[in-house]
Design a protein around this ligand. Structure first.
Ligand code: N01
Length: 533
């Protein structure tokens, strides 16, 4: 039987677009790609909520593979907003003629391996099926919304808006009574925007977060040109930095400095904005609880400085996780929102949300009248986007069955039992703790090299051995146990923002430089840990 395509790519975000470029334009393969969205952009196509913005500097949160793109594209803000990132991805897609390989508004519903014919059959929600030798998932790690623990959405007579499926046409919140559920990175971005226009905003907070200033500002035209022209110099060293940006190196330990020196350091980097407060202050913040306590205390003090009412400030101060063990959010005027007369903070940790009603929301102890409810409740991170592809591997084994106790995979790029299936930015890789644009390039470059190698060998399949996968899982768990991540009451880094999801290691927390050294070594040593047949 003739196989339709060489490769099927899922997704049209940073990962899917670059995969099509590398595999079709560079390797010359016949590639078919699908995306459920209406155009390129991936996460930036779906997440159009007011305030949506990247909290990695725009000059760093972009591809590095093309000098031309970096020179031609000028970023207008230090931290780009969603519309500008979307335009950037459209620009790249057009420049490399990528869109002709995509079918949009087409969701992949099953991906099934045929062991006899050694190919995948990918079925889509338009009723079509396409076969291919290889499948590359660029479905992302933060793209499947988590299921809610409360009910009543169908009873509510007002409007329910989900941040991750925000309508493309403008939504008028002016004069409305709005409730926002969720105070993660998304909630913290949307809340200040809603507060500006709503008649009344009720924020339902279950867990307070250590948010710190983003430090966004416009980039003046002259500076934009300079940054684009000098991108190489500005980005030098990014790949060797733990987070993937050439941030100042941290001092070794917060405990080696006096309280006055620490205060000076924290003040300096709080003022600089973004991830520097974590990356450039002290190197042991994620490893030493006593050290972490110093930054946690510092950030709680800043919240108390910024919020007028001491009771509200107390409620906004996190107490159930060390700083950074829930993904750090960055904000613009977030805490000042609670000094406004039209904003109320409701603690739903002590009094959980039970349901939406016809007229609003009911918690265990109160009822709130609302016209609009905004859900910023997060994602089934890492595994959710892959599980919903309906993946069935060798011997009819589903990914759900294989991952019942948590994700498995060698380097996170491939799983035993699922030959020729590659995952970009998935579980057990360094992605979640790294500049995504660069980590995606690393992953796709590796996949490109692996497919080329298989073809050059005259082989048909590549798949990790069960032993390599096992060793990688143990390495990830061992490294996670060296960090403070297991001390968070709940964090998507450990999977347990979802009720019933196994609390295990979902990330390789050794940093991208080490991760890249390992994957490079695998390649250099002839793909040790993989069977190539
Ligand atoms: O999701 P989250 P997010 N009742 O899981 C709450 C990236 N991102 O979309 O913590 C009440 O962090 C939940 O409470 P709790 C970034 O990597 C990046 O905000 O589970 N509350 C939490 O407060 C980020 O980490 C940017 O107790 C409920 C919130 O909903 C990741 O996406 C911007 C609840 C969910 O927070 C996810 O962020 C935005 C319930 N039943 C996002 N269920 C950039 O700037 C959930 N919650 C790049």
């Amino acid at each position: 039987m003739a196989i339709d395509k060489d490769v099927i790519v899922v997704g049209a975000g940073f990962a899917g677009l670059y995969s099509v470029h590398k595999l079709r334009n560079e390797l010359g393969l016949d590639v078919q790609a699908f995306d459920a969205g209406g155009g390129p952009g991936g996460t930036w196509w779906w997440n159009r909520y007011p305030g949506a913005r990247c909290d990695f500097e725009s000059i760093h949160y972009q591809y590095s593979f093309s000098d031309e793109v970096q020179r031609d594209w000028e970023w207008t803000e230090r931290f780009a907003g969603q519309p500008e990132i979307l335009r950037y991805l459209e620009f790249v897609a057009e420049k490399y003629d990528l869109l002709r390989s995509f079918r949009f508004r087409t969701r992949v519903i099953s991906v099934v391996w045929d062991d006899e014919g050694q190919f995948w059959t990918v079925s889509t929600d338009d009723g079509a099926s396409t076969t291919a030798r290889y499948v590359v998932s660029g479905a992302g790690s933060l793209s499947a919304a988590k299921h809610l623990e409360f009910t009543g959405l169908e009873d509510f007579r007002g409007q329910v808006l989900r941040t991750n499926e925000w309508p493309a046409e403008p939504v008028d919140l002016t004069g409305k009574r709005v409730g926002v559920i969720g105070t993660g990175s998304t909630g913290i971005q949307v809340i200040p925007e809603v507060a500006k226009v709503a008649a009344h905003l009720t924020v339902f907070q279950r867990t307070a977060q250590f948010a710190s200033p983003l430090g966004n500002e416009p980039v003046e035209p002259e500076q934009r040109r300079w940054l684009a022209d000098n991108h190489e110099q500005v980005r030098a060293g990014s790949r060797m930095n733990f987070l993937g940006a050439p941030y100042e190196r941290p001092r070794p330990s917060a405990l080696m400095d006096s309280p006055e020196e620490r205060r000076k350091t924290y003040d300096e980097f709080y003022g600089k904005g973004g991830f520097r407060i974590l990356a450039s202050t002290y190197g042991d913040l994620l490893f030493n609880k006593a050290s972490n306590d110093t930054i946690a205390d510092y950030l709680r003090d800043r919240i108390r400085d910024r919020v007028d009412d001491p009771k509200t400030a107390d409620l906004l101060c996190p107490t159930d996780h060390p700083y950074g063990t829930k993904r750090a959010p960055f904000e613009t005027g977030y805490f000042e929102v609670y000094n406004r007369d039209n904003v109320e903070l409701v603690d739903v940790s002590s009094s959980p949300i039970e349901r939406l009603t016809e007229t609003g929301l009911k918690t265990a102890t109160g009822e709130y009248e609302l016209d609009i409810v905004i859900l910023a409740t997060g994602f089934d991170v890492f595994t959710g986007p892959l599980m919903r592809l309906g993946i069935v591997g060798r011997d009819g084994l589903t990914l759900e069955e294989r991952w019942a106790d948590g994700p498995r995979g060698y380097t996170g790029l491939q799983m035993h039992g699922f030959p020729n299936l590659f995952v970009v930015a998935g579980p057990l890789s360094a992605t979640a703790l790294y500049n995504n644009a660069l980590s995606i390039e690393d992953h796709v470059d590796w996949i490109h090299g692996a497919i080329r190698h298989v073809r050059e060998q005259g082989a048909t399949t590549i798949e990790p051995t069960v032993e390599a996968e096992q060793a990688w899982g143990e390495l990830c768990s061992g490294l996670v146990d060296l960090t403070l991540l297991p001390q968070a009451a709940s964090t998507w880094y450990m999977g347990d923002n979802i009720v019933g999801k196994p609390r295990v290691a979902y990330v390789f927390p050794g940093g991208a430089p080490l991760y890249r050294a390992i994957t490079d070594q695998i390649t250099d040593r002839g793909y040790g840990g993989f069977s190539i047949d």
